[in-house]
Design a protein around this ligand. Structure first.
Ligand code: HEC
Ligand code: HEC
Length: 377
C-alpha cells in the first residue's frame, strides 16, 4: 500500500507542479498582455501625439455662428481624422498630392498661383479658392460654379479629378484599408472601423468646417466703434472712410456682403471674356444651370484673408488687389451677359487706395494650421 501511496503522493506532487507551472505561464502571459496594453495606453502611436483629439475651436470675433446651429455639427474625433486625410498624399494615385498641396494653410487654404498644379505637374484651369468659414454659407454653393452643394459632396471630387489627385475612389479606399493605423480612427469617429468614401468625405468636411477667419482689425473696430470708451485713431478714421466707400459709392457690398463678404451667388463681371473673339475662356455657372445669364458667371468669393492669396479671380488674371479694384473701376469687361451691378465707378486714386486698405483690414485669425508631422501607418 505504502509504495503505491507514495506513488500517488508523488504523482500528486507532479500534478501540483504541473498545475502551478501552467498557471504560472498563464499569469506571465496575462501580465505581459496587460503590460503591453498599458504600454499602448501610456505611449500612443507617434502619429497620435502630433494630432490629438482637440475640442472644437470657438468661432472668432466677427463670425456670429455656432457649430451647434448646423444640422450635423462636426465632432472632435471626426475633425482629427479629417485633418490627417486632408494632408495625406496617399489619397492621390501616386502618393504625391494632398488637398493641402493646393489649399495651403499659410494662404488661408488657397494658393499663390493663378491656376492649380496637380498630379504629374498637370495644370487645371481655375484657381484654388480659400477654405475658410465654409461651415456657414448663405447658400450651399461650392466650387467657382457651385456644382457641389455640400462640403461632403465637394470633398471627393479632387481625388478623382485627373489633373488634381488622379485617383479613383476605389483606389483611395483600397490604399486607406491597407494602412492598418487608420481603421481605429474610423471606429473612433464613426463607431465602426469600416472605411468608406462617404466617411472619408465626412471627416474631411468636418476638418474644413473648423477653418475660420475673424478677429481682424475690421471686426475689432466693428465691435468697439459704438462703445463709450472707444477712441478714434488715424487708422480707425481711415478704416471708417474705407468702410463707407465699400458699402457706399463703390457698391462692393452688393455682392460681397454678410460676415463672410459673399452672397454665395454667381455674377458675370467679364473676367475671362475676350472682346476680340467674343468668347469666354470658361463658361462658369452656365455649365451647371444651363441659364444664358449665367454664361461667364462665377461665385462671389469671400474677401476675408484676401491678401494671403494673390493672384485674384477664378483664373488668377489679376496680380494685385489694386488691379482688381481698377478692373471694377472701369466697369469690368463689358459682354452680352455682364450683370447690371457692374458699371464704371469713377473712383479717385485715393479711393482705390482706401479700398485696398479695407481689404487689408480683413486679415484675421482662426484658420492657421500646419500639416501633422506623422500619419497613421
Ligand atoms: C490640384 C489642386 C487641388 C487639389 C489637390 C485639391 N483642390 Fe480643392 N480646389 C482646387 C481648385 C482649382 C478648386 C476650384 C475648382 C472649381 O471651382 O472648379 C477647388 C475647390 C475646392 C473647394 C471649394 C471651395 C469653395 O469656396 O467653393 C473645396 C472645399 C476644396 N477644393 C477642398 C478640397 C479637398 C477636401 C481636397 C482634397 C481631397 C482638395 N480640395 C484638393 C484645387 C485643388
Ligand atoms: C456683382 C457682384 C460683385 C460686386 C458688385 C463686386 N464683386 Fe468682387 N467679386 C465678385 C465675383 C463674382 C468675383 C469672382 C469673379 C471671377 O473670378 O470671375 C469677385 C472677385 C473679387 C475679388 C477677388 C477675390 C479672389 O479671391 O480672387 C476681390 C478682391 C473683389 N471681388 C473685391 C471687390 C471690391 C473691392 C468690390 C467693389 C469695388 C467688388 N468686389 C464688387 C462679385 C462682385
Amino acid at each position: 500500500m505504502r509504495p503505491s501511496g507514495m506513488q500517488i503522493k508523488n504523482h500528486r506532487n507532479w500534478l501540483t507542479v504541473l498545475i502551478a507551472a501552467v498557471i504560472g505561464v498563464g499569469c506571465v502571459a496575462a501580465k505581459r498582455a496587460q503590460e503591453s496594453g498599458r504600454k499602448s495606453e501610456a505611449a500612443p502611436p507617434p502619429w497620435e501625439k502630433v494630432n490629438p483629439v482637440r475640442p472644437l475651436p470657438e468661432p472668432p470675433l466677427g463670425i456670429e455662428a455656432s457649430f451647434a446651429d448646423l444640422d450635423e455639427p462636426p465632432t472632435p474625433e471626426r475633425v482629427r481624422l479629417g485633418r490627417w486625410l486632408f494632408y495625406d498624399t496617399r489619397l492621390s494615385a501616386d502618393g504625391t498630392i494632398s488637398c493641402a498641396s493646393c489649399h495651403q494653410p499659410e494662404c488661408a487654404f488657397s494658393e499663390r498661383k493663378p491656376v492649380s498644379t496637380g498630379i504629374h505637374g498637370l495644370r487645371g484651369t481655375r484657381k484654388a479658392p480659400p477654405i475658410i468659414n465654409l461651415a456657414w454659407t448663405l447658400y450651399p454653393h461650392f466650387f467657382w460654379d457651385g456644382r457641389a452643394d455640400s462640403l461632403e459632396d465637394q470633398a471627393l471630387g479632387p481625388v478623382v479629378n485627373e489633373v488634381e489627385m488622379g485617383n479613383t475612389h476605389r483606389g483611395m479606399i483600397r490604399t486607406l484599408r491597407r494602412i492598418e493605423g487608420y481603421a481605429p480612427y474610423f471606429k473612433e469617429a464613426f463607431g465602426s472601423p469600416r472605411i468608406t468614401k462617404e466617411r472619408v468625405a465626412h471627416a474631411i468636411a468636418d476638418y474644413e468646417r473648423t477653418l475660420m477667419s475673424g478677429n481682424s482689425f475690421y471686426d475689432r473696430w466693428q465691435a468697439e466703434r459704438f462703445e463709450d470708451d472707444f477712441e478714434d485713431t488715424p487708422e480707425t478714421r481711415k478704416l471708417e472712410k474705407a468702410h463707407d466707400l465699400f458699402f457706399g459709392k463703390a457698391a462692393c457690398s452688393r455682392c460681397h456682403l454678410g460676415q463672410n463678404f459673399t452672397d454665395s451667388d454667381f455674377w458675370n463681371l467679364g473676367v475671362g471674356y475676350d472682346p476680340k473673339t467674343k468668347t469666354f475662356d470658361d463658361i462658369g455657372r452656365y455649365k451647371v444651370s444651363g441659364k444664358l445669364y449665367d454664361k461667364g458667371a462665377f461665385k462671389t468669393p469671400t474677401l476675408r484673408e484676401v491678401t494671403k492669396h494673390p493672384p485674384y479671380m477664378h483664373d488668377g488674371s489679376h496680380k494685385t488687389l489694386r488691379e482688381v479694384i481698377e478692373f471694377y473701376n472701369q466697369g469690368g469687361i463689358p459682354n452680352p451677359h455682364q450683370t447690371g451691378r457692374i458699371f464704371p465707378l469713377k473712383l479717385t486714386d485715393e479711393e482705390i487706395d482706401l479700398l485696398v486698405f479695407f481689404l487689408e483690414s480683413l486679415e484675421g485669425e482662426g484658420y492657421m494650421d500646419t500639416a501633422p508631422e506623422a500619419f497613421p501607418q
